[in-house]
Design a protein. Structure first.
Ligand code: UD1
Ligand code: MG
Length: 404
């Protein structure tokens, strides 16, 4: 038992020490490297400021690289025991580790390509699917468990469990697509992308720590190896991305984050719990559906509109003819209007002005204009409350649906 505690804690401690140094390395690196990004034409204009300075963009690639370096250096640590004794090397565990890193690394590259080349929407869906393939392959050879346990109330119809077979792989591929894009579209105000990712990562970490005492401790230990350096490097980025932003994180960071969460969820066998920590992102996605699938025009940027006079943010809008909408569009719009989920104005010619359908604008139509930092804070508080809710669903409530 003593040996087991050692096996449990030793790699985590080493990982924690490496993560602390990763934090300081990133904090040191970002200010020194950011002018290189502007020189390489990698910058954006902060649309919610009076000035129009060039803000370095895609700094997620810096944190991502530090994260990967730390992970590469860490690879031998969990295997120290086997290396020293030179026996029964757990190749399956090593393969899991390497595939997870390959998928994350791939996503970092693809995210950076997106920042440099400004890819189309269909690529944004395709890239994470492809980056998750190595992972699915490892899942196939190491687990290949595609059986799901049916919640108690549904058992009379479906039985105790259901083998989803290939559908389970489709689900895992879609998880990667969802996690990466969901963070990217809840964005556009200083500190929000990193802030939400940090809260999700911390929630996953807390969940892993709780589960360390359970029978699946190895899977949760694996996830902690990824979460600690991820949190450390992102925290350093947060320092520079918080209002007023000195750097932008770019799609690189959103993709890297989403993929990291999907990877630990899939390899650690807790993908449903991972999704529970995405409640605000799921709501934002559902709310966005009308625009994402072009029932209603979707402008290139949906971030709130900045009012120079008041230095506050107001809801941004999309304008269209009522007659442009097809039947589904009209129905969905009617539902949103009936439940007072949108702010609509229609003039006599049938021109409709509607707020862009994001959670950020939804808050603004309810609160009125807000300072940018206040708006980010509100959204991050919502993220924290959602995580608390997720834990309530995961622990006390789950016993109603499953024998836990
Ligand atoms: C996604 C959103 C888009 C939103 C954008 C903001 C969808 C479908 N896409 O697009 O509506 O406007 O993110 O990131 O919902 N920026 C700021 N302040 C910030 C962060 C970003 O002004 O705090 C601006 C900068 O000009 C920056 C640009 O947003 O250059 C980055 O946008 P990008 O990440 O390329 O947009 P998408 O991810 O394609
Ligand atoms: Mg983006």
């Amino acid at each position: 038992a003593e040996n087991e505690t050692w096996l449990l804690l030793f790699p985590i401690c080493i990982n924690a020490i490496m993560s602390v140094s990763a934090y300081y390395l990133t904090v040191h690196l970002i200010p020194r490297i950011k002018s290189m990004f502007v020189k390489a034409n990698l910058y954006g204009i902060d649309m919610s400021k009076r000035t129009s300075d060039k803000v370095p963009e895609a700094i997620g690639v810096v944190t991502g690289c530090v994260f990967l370096i730390i992970m590469f250096l860490f690879i031998p640590v969990p295997f120290t025991n086997h290396i020293l004794r030179n026996e029964n090397f757990p190749y399956d565990k090593l393969v899991e580790f390497l595939a997870a890193l390959l998928s994350i690394c791939c996503m970092l590259l693809l995210g950076f390509a997106d920042d440099v080349l400004d890819l189309r929407w269909r690529h944004k869906l395709l890239l994470p699917t492809i980056a998750s393939l190595p992972l699915l392959m490892v899942y196939y050879i190491n687990f290949n468990s595609t059986v799901i346990i049916i919640p108690k109330p549904l058992r009379p119809w479906f039985g105790f469990s259901l083998d989803l077979w290939i559908l389970y792989y489709v689900y895992m591929g879609m998880l990667a697509v969802f996690c990466t894009n969901a963070i990217n579209i809840l964005a556009g105000i200083n500190g929000l992308e990193v802030g939400q990712s940090l809260i999700i990562a911390t929630s996953i970490l807390i969940f892993n720590v709780i589960e360390l005492s359970g029978s699946q401790w190895k899977a949760h230990q694996f996830s902690i190896y990824f979460m600690l350096p991820y949190i450390a490097t992102s925290l350093a980025l947060f320092k520079f991305n918080w209002y007023p932003s000195q750097v932008f994180v770019g799609d690189t960071f959103c993709y890297l984050s989403g993929m990291t969460f999907a990877v630990v969820g899939i390899i650690g066998h807790f993908s449903k719990t991972t999704l529970l920590f995405f409640i605000p992102q799921i709501i934002n996605f559902l709310y966005s559906v009308l625009q994402l699938f072009h029932f209603v025009p979707c402008p290139r940027h949906r971030l709130p509109k900045y009012n120079k006079e008041t230095d506050k943010l107001e809801p941004s809008t999309t304008v269209f003819y009522k007659s442009e909408l097809n039947t589904i569009g009209r129905l969905l719009m009617w539902i949103l209007k009936t439940f007072k989920l949108v702010k609509l104005q229609e003039d006599r010619k049938g021109v409709v002005t509607c707020n862009n359908l994001t959670l950020i604008n939804f808050i603004l139509i309810n609160t009125g204009p807000l300072k940018e930092s206040t708006l980010t804070t509100i959204l991050l508080i919502i993220q924290i409350i959602s995580s608390i809710l997720a834990f309530i669903i995961r622990y006390p409530l789950a016993s109603i649906f499953y024998d836990v």
